[in-house]
Ligand binder design. Structure first.
Ligand SMILES: C[S@@+](CC[C@H](N)C(=O)[O-])C[C@H]1O[C@@H](n2cnc3c(N)ncnc32)[C@H](O)[C@@H]1O
Length: 235
């Protein structure tokens, strides 16, 4: 599910918190299973709501203004948003834990680079990126692992680089049994937008914008976009 225009039916999860490795395997297996139908069912970036597209455009402008540099689209799925960033003047590549998503992305966008791996342990040098996009992809990371995830984002982003985090916000752990017409076993860990902003600040980001759009049916959920600029490090 990407953007306010669509949502997957999510059920509250009564199970105890899962082992992180098991959780990531479930994400990988689930997105491997749904990949082709995800592309068929989820609206491409060109059809997203105007606020989401405006945030992507603002992110692109900020990255360009600060000298460009490579942008990593973390949790890129089939690579459509990665390619869209190219249309906004950015040099972008994608990273995804689902091999099937990476294969689809490579087939659809042969001119772009897509890496298979976890955004929590990036095979990238320190300070090497001008920007990071995490678009509807961090909600599969348990809340207690977000400090380490955002520290990893800060490690690979150059000082003064920009982050755009877009996705689901709320306060719930949800386990849909089906998505995009297939059984899935992943968990969605929804965190309030204010908490996401705090965690980004703790990782060294200055949060420069926070835009929340209400969920059309659930009063306690929203779609959030957070723009962050990585503060200059002294060491
Ligand atoms: C809802 S899809 C969004 C895909 C893409 N960003 C888009 O908007 O079309 C979530 C994607 O994040 C990926 N993902 C989730 N957790 C990840 C992790 N720890 N490392 C890499 N990819 C991850 C999934 O495999 C999936 O392709």
């Amino acid at each position: 599910m990407t953007g306010p225009a669509r949502s997957t039916r999510l059920a509250a999860d009564p199970r105890p918190a899962a082992d992180p490795a098991v959780g990531l395997a479930a994400v990988r297996e689930s997105y491997d299973t749904v990949a082709a139908d995800y592309v068929r069912l989820v609206v491409p970036p060109e059809g997203m709501d105007p606020v989401s597209r405006a945030m992507l455009a603002a992110f692109a402008e900020l990255v360009r203004e600060t000298g460009g540099g490579e942008v990593a689209d973390l949790g890129c799925g089939p690579g459509r948003v990665t390619a869209y960033l190219g249309g906004l003047g950015l040099t972008a590549f994608g990273v995804d834990v689902s091999g099937e998503m990476v294969a689809l992305a490579r087939r659809a966008h042969p001119g772009l680079r897509f890496l298979h791996g976890s955004m929590a342990a990036l095979d990238l040098p320190d300070d090497s990126l001008g920007g990071i996009l995490a678009w509807y992809s961090v909600h599969h990371t348990p809340a207690e692992q977000l400090p380490r995830l955002f520290a990893e984002f800060a490690r690979v982003l150059a000082p003064g680089g920009h982050l755009l985090l877009g996705g689901h916000a709320g306060d719930a752990r949800l386990s849909p049994t089906t998505a995009y017409g297939h059984p899935v076993s992943y968990t969605s860990h929804l965190v309030p937008a204010a908490r996401l902003a705090e965690l980004l600040a703790a990782a060294g980001f200055t949060v420069t914008a926070r835009v929340e759009q209400p969920h059309p049916q659930k009063a306690d959920r929203s779609y959030v976009c957070l723009l962050g600029e990585l503060g200059r490090r002294t060491a």
